[in-house]
Design a binder for this molecule. Structure first.
Ligand SMILES: CC(=O)N[C@H]1[C@@H](OP(=O)(O)OP(=O)(O)OC[C@H]2O[C@@H](n3ccc(=O)[nH]c3=O)[C@H](O)[C@@H]2O)O[C@H](CO)[C@@H](O)[C@@H]1O[C@H](C)C(=O)N[C@@H](C)C(=O)N[C@H](CCC(=O)O)C(=O)O
Ligand SMILES: Nc1ncnc2c1ncn2[C@@H]1O[C@H](COP(=O)(O)OP(=O)(O)OP(=O)(O)O)[C@@H](O)[C@H]1O
Length: 517
């Protein structure tokens, strides 16, 4: 891989990003990096972000950087060609794609956005396409990054949508490994920070939007959050929209601004209260036939002529319980159908998709069922509890949760509201990534939004491990404990440090083994 200075400058000019160049020489970069610690001889170095310090450029130069790209000239870079741009992140995304030889052109890309359900939908699509392409599918998700079928090409993600240089690096690796398809989650932050600037997708899925990710280091307002999420529609050749999403009109008309209406598919649950945009009909509807705590079955029906051509009408079973997971599955089925998969591929895979920390069930002999789930805002907690309540009949429901510090402040009233509306028998408020805040203060804030006439007992146990054990101790057969919010996270974010934490799953499984042997 290499990038010559002349096409790099031409690309920046074409996008009106180039301000000026200094100390220009004719060079060819043999690597690109935004991290001075990773610079090698011949690297084009990007001075990026609010936390960038000029001493990083000094380090990059010492380690062999051949030139740098920045929004201003730095004395520390004297002697190196300086490419000064008016938007570092956009420049980095464009030059990253060029350096890695535009790997996106060799991939059929399905991209997914939504406040909730991205990871689940991505895993559904990954499984279906894994079947239809005989394992030629790459996956960029919050949980795993899969660039090929060898073990060294599968690893845990540290971020939902990677920084642009990492994104194109990983896409190139996937293409070189023979992958033909890519399923990726696209967070709103990815648009906010231009990590995916200039990237086009074959299919884009919009699942839903509810207030979340608003605060310091995230989005200043809900409007900004919605705008960033909608950019996925603007950049997709074909759009799939869950018609039950809030702000459907806004999302649909944004999609329509750049996509022909015949390439926009809308789907919804049969009987859902939706108000469709004037010029659009529903393309697919699905109807639940059966649900329990282990699986759900639904019938998918194509309504429009173009939807019928995809031949996806079928009765499907998914191993991820919860009615919202039916919607996630439908989005994955339609997207995979557009990528060439058949109903047969869907049926062969959907009934055995399990995702770590998402509706993960821990069975016990005498302590009822334990669910570990990533729900951590109003919409997801409400839907999760509503589903579990429908399933418990006479049993008791205990919910254990906390909320993150320093961000997502709207989650606290949201969690209080979801608990009030779904009134579990018992709530245990505990610690969940408190950051620089006091977890007890966060718990009290959630509690202040609970209507205590609606909810059974509320307990405060700040040590999460003790809280989990206490919840399990009091659970009997027929009852359910929900350990919400952390999924399989093996850390607690405390005072800026990812402090090791055994994970809800490990603590629950080991404790059940200990008390039931
Ligand atoms: C707050 C935030 O957005 N932080 C992102 C940022 O971190 P950063 O500290 O590097 O900050 P920066 O100011 O952009 O950059 C400083 C630069 O100095 C460089 N450096 C640093 C030290 C050194 O010795 N030498 C050096 O060159 C760094 O490599 C970096 O390029 O840039 C990093 C790499 O580009 C990101 O990994 C990191 O995301 C952090 C991990 C994060 O948590 N981000 C969240 C907000 C996020 O993006 N979340 C979404 C999901 C949200 C959703 O579900 O919708 C996601 O896509 O994951
Ligand atoms: N379509 C949906 N609507 C509402 N809640 C959902 C939906 N799909 C999943 N959930 C809930 O949200 C939780 C997170 O799901 P998932 O990881 O698939 O979403 P995500 O968009 O990747 O989340 P995040 O951005 O927080 O990483 C699940 O554990 C479940 O409780």
């Amino acid at each position: 891989m290499e990038l010559h200075v002349a096409p790099a400058l031409a690309l920046l000019r074409e996008h009106n990003l180039l301000d000026h160049v200094s100390d220009l020489t004719d060079f060819t970069a043999t690597d690109v990096s935004y991290d001075s610690r990773k610079v090698k001889q011949g690297t084009l170095f990007f001075c990026k972000g609010n936390n960038f310090l000029p001493k990083y450029l000094t380090m990059a130069k010492e380690k062999g950087a051949i030139a740098y790209v920045a929004e201003q000239e730095y004395p520390e870079g004297k002697g190196l060609p300086a490419i000064i741009v008016n938007d570092e992140q956009k420049a980095m995304a464009l030059l990253g794609a060029a350096f890695y030889g535009y790997p996106q052109n060799d991939l059929f890309i399905i991209a997914i956005t939504g406040t909730k359900g991205k990871t689940t939908t991505a895993y559904f699509a990954d499984h279906i396409l894994g079947h239809s392409t005989n394992k030629h599918v790459a996956l960029f998700s919050t949980l795993d990054r899969v660039l090929g079928n060898a073990s060294q090409d599968r690893f845990k993600s540290d971020i939902t949508t990677p920084e642009s240089l990492d994104l194109y690096h990983d896409m190139r690796k996937a293409v070189d490994n023979g992958m033909t398809h890519l399923v990726m989650e696209v967070s709103s932050q990815a648009y906010k920070k231009n990590r995916v600037y200039g990237l086009k997708y074959n299919v884009g899925i919009f699942l839903n939007i509810t207030p979340d990710h608003i605060g310091r280091n995230e989005h200043p307002t809900f409007a900004d959050y919605l705008h960033c999420k909608e950019q996925l529609m603007v950049n997709s050749d074909t759009c799939i929209i869950n018609a039950e999403t809030h702000h459907l009109d806004d999302v649909y008309y944004t999609a329509k601004a750049t996509t022909q209406p015949e390439n926009i598919y809308l789907f919804a649950r049969h009987g859902a209260q939706i108000s469709l945009p004037d010029d659009q009909q529903l393309d697919f509807e699905y109807r639940n036939d059966f649900e329990d705590l282990h699986e759900s079955e639904f019938q998918l029906t194509a309504l429009s002529d173009r939807a019928k051509k995809l031949n996806l009408d079928h009765r499907y079973t998914t191993s991820m319980p919860g009615d919202y997971n039916e919607g996630n599955a439908v989005a994955a089925i339609i997207a995979s159908g557009l990528a060439g998969a058949s109903a047969e591929d869907d049926c062969a895979t959907l009934d055995h998709v399990h995702i770590r920390g998402r509706m993960e069930m821990v069975p016990t002999k005498h302590h009822g069922l334990i669910y570990i789930d990533y729900a951590h805002n109003y919409a997801s907690t409400k839907r999760l509890l509503a589903f579990l309540k429908r399933q418990t009949h006479a049993g008791k429901v205990t919910v254990l949760l906390g909320s993150t510090g320093d961000k997502g402040i709207s989650r606290r009233p949201g969690l209080g509201k979801a608990l009030t509306e779904e009134h579990p028998d018992k709530v245990i408020l505990t610690t969940d990534d408190p950051g620089y805040e006091d977890p007890m203060k966060i718990a009290k804030e959630i509690d202040s939004h609970i209507d205590h006439d609606q909810v059974g007992e509320v307990q405060f146990i700040m040590d999460r491990e003790t809280a989990i054990k206490s919840a399990i101790d009091n659970n009997k057969n027929g009852d359910i404990v929900v350990l919400a919010g952390k999924g399989e996270d093996p850390y607690q974010k405390i005072d800026g440090v990812d402090t090791p934490y055994a994970s809800d799953s490990k603590i629950a499984r080991e404790y059940v083994k200990e008390i039931e042997q």
